[in-house]
Design a protein around this ligand. Sequence first.
Ligand code: FEO
Length: 394
Amino acid sequence: MSYKITDKVTWVGKIDWELESFHGEEYSTHKGTSYNSYLIKDEKTVLIDTVWEPFSKEFITNLKKEVDLTTIDYIVLNHAEIDHSGAMLELMREIPNTPIYCTKNGVKSLKGHYHQDWNFIEVKTGDTLDIGKNKLVFVEARMLHWPDSMFVYLTGENILFSNDAFGQHYASEMMFNDEVDQTELYNEAIKYYANILTPFSKFVVKKIEEVVSFNLPVDMICPSHGIIWRENPLQIVNYYMDWAKDYQENQITIIYDTMWKGTRRMAEAIAEGIKSVDQAVEIKLHHSGKHDKNDIITDVFKSKMVVFGSPTINKGIASSLPLIFEMMKGLEFKNKKGAAFGTYGWSGESVKVINQELEKAGLTVVNEGIKALWNPDEEALEKCREFGKTLADC
Ligand code: FEO
C-alpha cells in the first residue's frame, strides 16, 4: 500500500492497526500507530526512513511496487530507533552500497543496533543535498527525542519531514490532519508529547525557534508516526511551543488507589470540595491500579495540581502508585503543585510517603495532606471536602 502525498512524494510506510503498546510496554497505543516512510522522486530518488522490523519484508515488497530498489540514490535516516530503521537490514541486503544520510550520532546508533559498516554520510544542520529540481536541507534535532534525531526539509514542495516530532500514535487510512477526527488527533498528539517529549521541552523550544529563523515556507509537516499536517501545518508547531513551556490547564487530577473504597470516597469528597469553590476547574479522577498509566500521565501533564491518595499498606503505599511517581520523575514535570490523602488503620505512613514522592518528582507540596482513620464517616468526609476547598485556593 502507498499514498500519493504530492506529485513527487509518496508515503510507503506501514499502518499498524493492531499495536497495543509501544516502547515495549511503556506507552499504550489505543489507536494503533503508523511507521511513516516517504519516497521522493526528483531527478534523484530518495527514501526517508523505513518501518519497524516485523514489517520489513512487507515494506520491501511494497516498496518494489513503487520503485526499482536499485534506482534509489539516497537513503535518509532521520532517527535510528528501531521503529524507523527496522527494515534497514532487509533493504541493505538489496542495495548494500546506497549512501545513508544521517547525523554523526545516527551513525553511532545504527552501528550499535545493526553492527554493519554501511555507506554512511554524516550531515549536520544546514547541509544540503541536490536531488534535481529541489534539494534536501538537513536540520539536526538533537534530543527530539534521541541524540541522533534529525529533520529534513524538501525545498520546492516545502515539506518538513520531522520524524518523531509532531507525530502521534494514531492509525488511520486518512493520511492528512484535515481528514480525521480532530479530537482524536489532538488527544493522541498531546499524549505523545506528554509521555515522550516532556523531558526535552527546552530542546523543543530552541529547535522550533531555530527552524522558524530559517524562514522556510512550510506547506506540510510529515512526521514518522500518524497523520500528516497539511491544513494549517504550523498548528502543531504552535501547540508544541505551548506544551514545551511548563504547560498546564485549569485542571486538577486526583490519582488514588483503594482497598475497601475508603480512599476512593476521600477522593470523591475532595473533588466535591474543590468544585464547591471553583466551578471552572476541570477535575479528573484516576484509579492508578485500573486506569491506563499513559492516560494518567497525560492528565498530570495538563494539570496545575495533582492530588494523590493511598491507604497505608505495610507502612507504605499501594503498589500501583510508585509506577506513576517513577514516570513523573523521568518526565520532569515543572510548575505543578501536589497534595496527599489516604486512609489508615494503625501506623498511617501513606500520606507522608506520598509527600516525599511528590517532592522527588519536583512538585510543590502545598500542605501536610489529610488522613482518615479506618473507613471515613460523614465527619471525615466533610473534612475531606474542606481539604478540597483549601486546594482550590492554592
Ligand atoms: Fe518513533 Fe524514537 O522512534
